[in-house]
Design a protein around this ligand. Sequence first.
Ligand SMILES: [Fe+2]
Length: 414
Amino acid sequence: MQSWMSNPKQGVMDAKAALLARMPDGAARMVRLNEWLADEVAAVKSEGAEAIPQIAFRDVLLDAISDAQRDRIRRRGCVVIRGVFDRPQVNDWNAEIERYIDENHYYEKAKGKAGLDQYFSTLASGRPQIFGLYWSRPQMQARQHENMNAVRGWLNRLWAFTRPDGSQEFDPNRQCNYADRVRRREPGDKSLGLSAHCDGGSIERWCDPSFHRVYHEVFFGDVDAYDPFNAAGRTQTEEIPSPAVCSVFRTFQGWTALTNQGPGDGTLKIIPIARAMAWMLIRALQPDIAPDDLCGAVAGRALAANSQWHQSLLEAEVSIPVVEPGDTVWWHPDVIHAVEDEHRGNHYSNVIYIGAAPWCEKNARFLPRQAERFLAGKSSPDFAAEDYEVDFKDRARLDDLSELGKKQIGLLPW
Ligand SMILES: [Fe+2]
């Protein structure tokens, strides 16, 4: 842990002063990024729902995605990949997760444990209907599935991961299975949702030297040259330890739809602008923001995009298109996203969170800690230690893992 993390307020003041001292042209950077953002937001608005790229899994398998499509996904920082899993398979998974919850009395066990996870507590809308379940058989089967492997390898290769010396920031062809949770959102739910945020670090993006490498062009170089798909430094960032802050490197966050869901069904909204973080970083360094403030960023919480400081960006928020069971949705770790406040549809909107975490030193270090939790049925190490599944019937066991699945969780060498 870096020394500034023990006193985040002082850390912010020191980091802002140091950044501004190294960046005499902060105002000019803001002018340039404001111009760029206005163009980008206008482009998204003119595209509407089409702003989120959509491709078919079979075209990924056939290597039939054009360079123009890839560039568009890189610009938008997100993509819907359709038909990754067969619908009957996904319907079975959805039903099995429901049984897993009911037969193991999840709701009763969850009473009294709610509130362990404070990660989203600064977001106005509170927490959605997300279950602290990591090891159901459907989750493990989806994670280790060959189709998921193919999709994640393809997504990883959208990044530039080869260093100048020929070594790799990560290996796109080997996946690490990062155990995340399940969302089952009931129709009519109004109280829950997540306002616009991004994961994977808040004030550390400004305060920690490891992030200065990632955002070197934004702070110190040519802002127009900043490429969010350049992996240099990305696997070496150091985040403030906190429940539900992801401690692995992901090329994309993502989820797999278990039910059909679209705008109005309490599902995902995305600001499909991959480089938006550049604008947020420079915005927080402008003279109208107090020396101890970074546009409201709070240590150890999701980094919020708020209406007070980020309205011009929030205007580009787009709901994901209707997705069907077996479709997958992916977004770059810096992309701002939200979950709709209200579920106005008439059936459950359910997903399994499965991101893309390619093999790298950082992720390899995480795997043994996670494997220990898997074998004991405890909560994934990045999340609140609710440990619901320790005595759950029908939990995935080592025997349920394929050879690939064992490698992906670090219980077999590659
Ligand atoms: Fe998120």
